[in-house]
Structures are given as structure tokens and as C-alpha cells.
Design a protein around this ligand. Structure first.
Ligand code: SF4
Length: 418
């Protein structure tokens, strides 16, 4: 979501980018507040630009994103070199704000949720990109007790279908072959009597679009209709990111996740039964307030049972103003760290085993470009979202190719093109 917003910011400003802050006329720090570490990183990177402002008093320094929304005008009093603070919903106002700062030399805070056209301003799109995000939703109505998102991104707004389709058509015209629909709880999207499953089918009608992905899904909103669409629409990839957060019903209830472990397992079982070769990834929070050893063991049990293809797990991080931050039964950092290492190791083994199981199989790969580690190799992804590297001197960018897998590692597969 932040990456998508950063590209919108690029377009909203409409001037070329430089990688050298010393040459910049405007510096914008787009921030994330999801965990304390990201939040601190944002604040410390703000400090780095103080000396630039001293040597260039005309430099405009702004902070955008969730940290900007969270701290608002406090940031202006903290950092005298900061010119403006702008929340994630207010990106369409960015050009106007920069203009006001430049002409009137005023300092501005814009953190209102009440923006007329919150989806206005498309992201900057690099030519020849094979894959692209497309935002279909902003904000969230779920109020999980640990989460800062509803505070900083506001209530859920679903983007109208016409607006989504005009961006999708633009992307396809630009050569994009794979679109990832993004939203905080993407599968709860609805508009004018249409549900998320309908949207997948409508986007799937775009002729030269090869693949559709979506993230992040909320387990409780995962309907039979959606599973059926994933099964029947060949453009929808066989991968789902379905955050479970904990394997204990007690913890899930304290998190206000509104589903039980049994409910989650039922969705997973249905997905695996209905869709051949389905890949499932997840997010887990370890050391949530009150998490007992038994709770944690239930999480390990769930991970073993589901066998996630990948899983992003983190230590619980208290976020200001959230209900969980005022709970009193915090887990000490050492215990949470120990539990996190156990979970990481379990998941590492599962992921490696799953990737090794792909050896000798023929995978259909959408080629995205050169491999990061070896420019003589190309890199692409399978429908299950596995990264595949293979050697080729041809320009196959944007093509679907068949690759025989020769080796499986923790984060990728290595193969040879057929
Ligand atoms: S559903 Fe996701 S974004 Fe919404 S409150 Fe819960 S964790 Fe945060």
C-alpha cells in the first residue's frame, strides 16, 4: 500500500526524481506506522534532512503516510525544518500544498479523512513493467485491537468499479500482464451491488491481462463464491495471503479478529480441496498480551497443520492509542523473541521442504525481468507466487514460459527453460 502511495506521490508532484537529496528541491518521506520500528525509522530519517535545509533554505521537506497522520502537528513542533505533514488519504492535495508552502512559506498539516476524491492521482508507472498494484480500497472497518491502520487510514472506502477499470485498462495498455488488487481487507470490497468475486471476473475480461492477484484477505470475509471464482477463473492465481495472526481462540478473541481457529481451518481446507496446487501464506503476531505457552503451542500446531508456503511473523509491537496497547499482561521481550525464533525455524523448514518438492516439476512462469543476484538469469513467478530464476539470453519479459525446476531454496527456485 505504501509503495503504491509512493508512486502516486511521484505523479502528484510531476517533477523528475533524483537519488541525491543534496540536489533535490523537495524531499518527501513517505512513512509506515504499522510497527514501532518502522515508526522510529521514519522519525529518524526526518532528522537526516535538517542539514540540507540549512544549506538550502528553499528546500521543501514534507512527511506523508501513516506516521504523518498519527502525529500530525506534533511533527512540526518536533522538527523545525519540516514544511508540511500530509496523511495518506490526502495525496490528491499534495500539489496544492507544495504550492502554498512555496509561495507563502507557511507550514501546513493536512490530516483530514474528508477528501472529496481520495483515489484521484494514479501511481507513476514505469514503462515495461510486467506487474502492477492497483488499489481498490482505502482504510479498514475491522478494528483489530493491535492495529493502527483504522486510526491512520480511516474507515473503509471502496473504490468505484469504473475508476478501478479505467486504471486497469491503462495498465494493460502499458503492457502490464499481472495486476495485484490491493486493499486492507481486499476481499470485503463491494460497490453498486457487486462483490469482490464479481470484480475479479470483470478485471479478468481484459484481454491481454494474464494474471490477477489480490492482497490482503480477511478470513471472515472469504466466501464460497470467492473460492468458486478462484477455481473457475483461470487468470486468478493459485495463491492467497490469509493472515491468521494466532492459533489460539483466546488470543484471536483478544485481538478482535472475529473468527475462530476452526473457522480459519475450514476456509483453508475448502481452498485446498477446491483449488489444485493452492499456495497459502499468512501473517502471525507472536507475544500478543496474555499469550500463554499453550496459546503459542496452538499457533505452532496450526502452522504445522496448514503448512503455509510462507509466513511473515513478528513480535507484537504496541501502537499508540490501540486497545491492545493499554492491556496489562504484556509478554516480556525475551520470551516473545524465543517464541518467534521457534516459529521462524518451523516455517523455514516447511517452506524449504515445499520448495524442494517442486524439483523436477514444470512450472509456468511469468517473466518479470533480470534476476536480482545474477543478471545472466531471468526472474519470474509461478501462479503460486514462487520466485523462479533461470538462465536465458532472450528477452522474455512479460512472457509466460515453462521452466523445469532443478533446485529449491528457502526464497526461490532455480530451473531451466524448456
Ligand atoms: S483487518 Fe487488517 S488492517 Fe484492518 S484492523 Fe485488522 S489488522 Fe488492521
Amino acid at each position: 500500500m505504501n509503495d503504491y502511495d509512493s508512486q502516486r506521490i511521484k505523479n502528484a508532484i510531476g517533477i523528475p526524481q533524483t537519488n541525491d537529496p543534496g540536489k533535490a528541491d523537495i524531499v518527501i518521506i513517505n512513512t509506515c506506522a504499522i510497527r514501532e520500528k518502522a515508526d522510529q525509522k521514519a522519525l529518524s530519517s526526518l532528522g537526516k534532512f535538517k542539514h540540507l535545509k540549512k544549506s538550502n533554505p528553499n528546500l521543501i521537506v514534507g512527511m506523508t503516510g501513516c506516521v504523518a497522520q498519527l502525529y500530525g502537528d506534533k511533527l512540526l513542533s518536533k522538527a523545525s525544518h519540516l514544511d508540511f505533514v500530509l496523511g495518506p488519504r490526502a495525496i490528491p492535495k499534495l500539489a496544492e500544498i507544495i504550492n502554498d508552502v512555496e509561495i507563502e512559506r507557511t507550514r501546513i498539516v493536512e490530516t483530514s479523512y474528508d477528501i472529496e476524491e481520495p483515489f484521484e492521482i494514479l501511481p507513476y508507472h514505469e514503462n515495461e513493467k510486467v506487474t502492477s498494484f492497483l488499489s481498490i480500497q482505502q482504510g479498514c472497518n475491522k478494528n483489530c485491537t493491535y492495529c493502527i491502520v483504522p486510526t491512520v487510514r480511516g474507515k473503509e472506502i471502496n473504490r468505484p468499479l469504473n475508476d478501478i477499470m479505467s486504471e486497469a485498462r491503462y495498465l494493460v495498455q502499458k503492457g502490464v500482464k499481472e495486476i495485484t488488487l490491493i486493499g486492507q481487507t481486499v476481499n470485503s470490497w463491494k460497490n453498486d451491488g457487486l462483490k469482490f468475486a464479481d470484480l475479479l471476473n470483470i478485471v479478468g475480461e481484459l484481454e491481454s491481462l494474464e494474471r490477477i492477484r489480490f492482497t490482503t484477505s480477511y478470513p471472515r470475509d472469504f466466501t464460497k463464491k470467492l473460492i468458486n471464482t478462484m477455481k473457475t477463473n483461470p487468470k486468478v492465481c493459485s495463491h492467497i495471503h490469509l493472515p491468521v495472526q494466532s492459533g489460539s481462540n483466546e488470543v484471536l478473541s483478544k485481538m478482535k479478529r472475529t473468527y475462530t481457529v476452526e473457522w480459519y481451518m475450514e476456509v483453508v481446507t475448502r481452498l485446498k480441496e477446491e483449488i489444485a496446487d493452492m499456495a497459502i501464506s499468512s501473517d502471525i503476531i507472536v507475544g500478543f498480551p496474555g499469550e500463554t505457552r499453550q496459546d503459542f503451542e496452538q499457533t505452532l500446531k496450526l502452522v504445522e497443520e496448514v503448512e503455509f508456503d510462507t509466513c511473515f511473523s513478528f513480535k507484537y509491537s504496541p501502537r499508540p492509542g490501540t486497545p491492545a496497547a493499554s492491556m496489562t499482561d504484556f509478554i516480556d521481550s525475551e520470551t516473545a523473541g524465543r517464541r518467534l525464533s521457534i516459529l521462524h525455524e518451523l516455517q523455514r523448514k516447511i517452506t524449504c521442504k515445499k520448495n524442494e518438492d517442486r524439483i523436477d516439476r514444470i512450472e509456468q512462469v511469468l517473466v518479470e525481468g533480470k534476476s536480482k543476484n545474477d543478471p545472466s538469469h531471468l526472474m519470474g513467478r509461478t501462479s503460486q507466487n514462487r520466485i523462479v530464476n533461470f538462465s536465458s539470453s532472450d528477452n522474455l519479459c512479460g512472457k509466460l514460459v515453462n521452466v523445469k525446476i532443478n533446485n529449491g531454496f528457502q526464497n526461490s527456485l532455480l530451473g531451466s527453460i524448456l
